[in-house]
Design a protein around this ligand. Structure first.
Ligand SMILES: *[C@@H]1O[C@H](CO)[C@@H](O)[C@H](O)[C@H]1NC(C)=O
Ligand SMILES: *[C@@H]1O[C@H](CO)[C@@H](O)[C@H](O)[C@H]1NC(C)=O
Ligand SMILES: *[C@@H]1O[C@H](CO)[C@@H](O)[C@H](O)[C@H]1NC(C)=O
Ligand SMILES: *[C@@H]1O[C@H](CO)[C@@H](O)[C@H](O)[C@H]1NC(C)=O
Ligand SMILES: *[C@@H]1O[C@H](CO)[C@@H](O)[C@H](O)[C@H]1NC(C)=O
Ligand SMILES: *[C@@H]1O[C@H](CO)[C@@H](O)[C@H](O)[C@H]1NC(C)=O
Ligand SMILES: *[C@@H]1O[C@H](CO)[C@@H](O)[C@H](O)[C@H]1NC(C)=O
Ligand SMILES: *[C@@H]1O[C@H](CO)[C@@H](O)[C@H](O)[C@H]1NC(C)=O
Ligand SMILES: *[C@@H]1O[C@H](CO)[C@@H](O)[C@H](O)[C@H]1NC(C)=O
Ligand SMILES: *[C@@H]1O[C@H](CO)[C@@H](O)[C@H](O)[C@H]1NC(C)=O
Ligand SMILES: *[C@@H]1O[C@H](CO)[C@@H](O)[C@H](O)[C@H]1NC(C)=O
Ligand SMILES: *[C@@H]1O[C@H](CO)[C@@H](O)[C@H](O)[C@H]1NC(C)=O
Length: 626
């Protein structure tokens, strides 16, 4: 029985892997027979599902279901009998390459295809004649190629179609009358189409058809009952004033029904608009950038999304722009969005404003930042640079930032951040910053340390984000109050952030963890309190216990550790930059705090003698930073 079972499972397993091996072979045959300029990490010995750029497998890892290779620099026709062997393929993007030849007829084998992006290539010849094969096709983008001939009537069989773009080809003939219930986007512009626009497509704006020889049929003003107000006397009806009661009743009922219909219609329009606005595209639309512009620039092989090694996100700018998105917050250097892609991948996208350097410098800085791989530094996954738009892509941390954890709604349901967690946040963030300070020959600066840029990694230690941006951004002239709370007194220009000023900002973060107070906060009245100044004043009056977060007071036996941590924080926020400890020293000091977790502490460094003793702060006159 058991043997049989094992045999059976083995059979299933080998069948699964056999199909995957076929898929892998097909992909290798494809890429080895089509010259391309960008190298792909498609190694025979590595796992196709986890490590190959642009390849996505089914959830059970048995088949390849998506291939996205935009802007790889392919040149030439698609080798026959290669991609077409990926019979489970659902998404194919070869956008923005130099693929030539006719539409591959063997794509008829890809029966599960639902998204096909071939725009910005050099395809020519006729469109496929039998679209009926792809019953699940929802997005078809063949724009910006050299397809000619007519639009085959079989395209009307694509009942799932939501978006069709055939713009910028050389298509001729008439537009078939298409009855697609789901069609939301259409563009047939800049072809050689003739005839009249079929009625089923007349609700699309005329820009969809520009650059053709088509006439828009006379849109005869529909005799909609909505537009003939029943309370106005109808000139044709001489009996208008003498309506019978039943007729009146009928009109009232009809009016109510129509009102309801109109109301439902308005609701629907609102919903649709809301949905569009929730998309990333919608977000960008509301901003100053025209998404069209961003996409078209994205097509340019020089302006593509750049992914860092070891990242196997498989999406391109277009997928990103199409993703649904919500605003996470307004950061120092721009807006941050949470973007959920079609395949449920969730990422954080930061949209930088006021980048002051050119493309080369930007890329150099990104490469440096992206090369940092450390447990306590949130890795930059990808970036995008074009004249109008600069984006950075990070992993999404569902727990939210330390700022949200500390200052989120305090109330009954709130789970307070306990002392252990705060210690782990502090030690993690300190290690992350120390790692950053070791980069670029020990010259890299974080430049924007604050609690909203600190998150919890999988081991619940702090990890820092948003580094290395200050020097590529324009100076933020009027100090934003919030950031000012973290800014060292000597930093008058955000671009002049330094490692000692990072130490200062980290000190403020420590004070925030200890006090539970924002670095700049209002008291009951109009007065604005600067955290560093406030702590100084309380400590000076020797009310030390008063500074700690009330939420921490419930935990026993931590007072000593809190005081030690307070001393470290105070040493970081001293006014003179050269009197502040180095980040590596701060790490050691925190590691030495009471029971700070031991698991990670390199034993040789524990209680190291050469760590600077925390400066004496209590009872001494302290300078108060501005
Ligand atoms: C995938 O790549 C990572 C490094 O990027 C490597 O450690 C891992 O072994 C690779 N996996 C396979 C199955 O090749
Ligand atoms: C196509 O998709 C359906 C459902 O998603 C699946 O059952 C079927 O096996 C797929 N076809 C192939 C050839 O993988
Ligand atoms: C497409 O083909 C035309 C001529 O056939 C050529 O001039 C153009 O450079 C090609 N474009 C690409 C991206 O290969
Ligand atoms: C089409 O997609 C639906 C759901 O997405 C799936 O159930 C169906 O099997 C697919 N059909 C084909 C032919 O791929
Ligand atoms: C097109 O494909 C569909 C589905 O595969 C098939 O039923 C039909 O006969 C084909 N039509 C032509 C003209 O080849
Ligand atoms: C399409 O273009 C090819 C050359 O690229 C030409 O031979 C063919 O006649 C054209 N077809 C139509 C319908 O214009
Ligand atoms: C539409 O699909 C049906 C069934 O697959 C097929 O018989 C018919 O020929 C298709 N129509 C066109 C115009 O291809
Ligand atoms: C198709 O590609 C064009 C050009 O890249 C783009 O503007 C358009 O949004 C795309 N349409 C769809 C439906 O993907
Ligand atoms: C068609 O080409 C023109 C000029 O190259 C471009 O401005 C336009 O955006 C293209 N249309 C689409 C839908 O890609
Ligand atoms: C458009 O079609 C007309 C005739 O139908 C032809 O003379 C003309 O060359 C075509 N233009 C393009 C750009 O294909
Ligand atoms: C269609 O594409 C043309 C350029 O080719 C553009 O001007 C027009 O705005 C597009 N229409 C829509 C609705 O996207
Ligand atoms: C549109 O209306 C004009 C007159 O109003 C008429 O001359 C023309 O033929 C009509 N066109 C179509 C396509 O019906």
């Amino acid at each position: 029985m058991e043997v049989l079972y094992i045999f059976f499972v083995g059979l299933l397993f080998s069948q699964g892997t056999a199909l995957l091996i076929d898929d892998k072979r097909a992909l290798l045959d494809f890429v080895n027979n089509l010259p391309h300029s960008r190298s792909l990490n498609w190694y025979e010995y590595s796992s196709v599902c986890n490590n190959w750029t642009g390849v996505t497998c089914s959830e059970d890892g048995s088949r390849v279901i998506a291939v996205r290779l935009p802007g790889v620099g392919f040149q030439g026709p698609i080798p026959p009998n290669t991609l077409s062997r990926l019979s489970a393929l659902q998404i194919l993007s070869l956008r923005s390459n130099g693929v030539t030849g006719t539409f591959p007829s063997d794509f008829y084998n890809l029966k599960n295809l639902s998204l096909l992006y071939l725009q910005y290539n050099n395809f020519s010849g006729p469109l496929p004649s039998n679209f009926s094969v792809w019953k699940n096709l929802t997005i078809l983008n063949l724009s910006n190629n050299a397809f000619n001939g007519s639009i085959p009537y079989s395209i009307s069989n694509l009942t799932q179609l939501a978006a069709l773009n055939l713009a910028n080809n050389s298509l001729s003939g008439e537009i078939p009358d298409l009855h697609w219930p789901n069609l939301q986007q259409l563009n047939l512009s800049n072809n050689n189409l003739t005839g009249t626009v079929p009625t089923s497509l007349q609700n699309f704006p005329s820009s969809v058809f520009i650059g053709n020889n088509v006439s828009l049929a006379n849109s005869t003003f529909r005799e909609s009952p909505l537009f003939s107000p029943s309370n106005q006397p109808n000139p044709k009806s001489k009996n208008a004033g003498k309506l019978s009661e039943t007729a009146l009743l009928g009109i009232i009922v009809a009016g109510c029904v129509l009102g309801l219909i109109a109301f439902a219609f308005l609701l629907l329009v609102c919903c649709l608009r809301r949905r569009a606005e929730n998309g990333f595209l919608g977000k960008l639309e509301k901003g100053e950038m025209s998404p069209e512009k961003a996409i078209s620039r994205g097509q340019d092989a020089n302006n593509r999304m750049v992914f860092f090694e070891g990242c196997n996100y498989a999406f391109d700018l277009e997928d990103l722009l199409r993703a649904s998105a919500e605003v996470l917050g307004k950061g120092t250097f721009g807006m941050a969005y949470k973007a959920i892609l079609e395949d449920a991948t969730t990422v954080v996208v930061k949209r930088l404003k006021e980048v002051s350097v050119g493309k080369r410098e930007f890329e150099q800085q990104m490469e440096m930042v992206g090369s940092i791989k450390h447990d306590n530094v949130i890795q930059l996954r990808a970036y995008y640079y074009s004249k109008d738009e600069k984006l950075m892509v990070y992993d999404y941390y569902s727990q939210g930032s330390v700022a949200a954890m500390l200052h989120g709604k305090r109330g009954e349901e709130r789970i307070p951040l306990d002392w252990e967690t705060r210690l782990r946040i502090a030690i993690g963030a300190a290690r992350g910053i120390a790692c950053i300070h070791a980069e670029n020959n020990g010259k890299l600066v974080h430049g924007n340390i604050k609690s909203s840029n600190v998150f919890l990694n999988s081991r619940q230690h702090g990890c820092v984000s948003d580094l290395g941006l200050s020097i590529i951004m324009s100076s933020l002239a009027p100090p934003i109050a919030r950031a000012a709370g973290y800014r060292a007194p000597e930093v008058t220009d955000t671009r002049k952030a330094s490692q000692p000023s990072d130490v200062y900002s980290f000190g403020v973060l420590l004070l925030e963890l200890l006090t539970g107070k924002s670095p700049v906060h209002a008291t009951g009245g109009d007065e604005v309190i600067h955290l560093v100044r406030w702590v100084h004043s309380v400590v000076r009056e020797e009310w030390t216990a008063e500074v700690f977060d009330v939420e921490l007071l419930r935990y026993p036996n931590i007072e000593e550790e809190m005081v030690e941590m307070l001393q470290i924080a105070m040493s970081c926020v001293v006014r003179m930059p050269d009197q502040r400890p180095k980040m590596l020293e701060v790490v050691k000091m925190i590691e030495n705090v009471g029971r700070a977790e031991y698991e990670n502490r390199p034993s040789s460094e524990a209680k190291s003698e050469n760590s600077t003793p925390p400066p004496q702060v209590f009872g001494t006159e302290l300078s108060v930073p501005q």
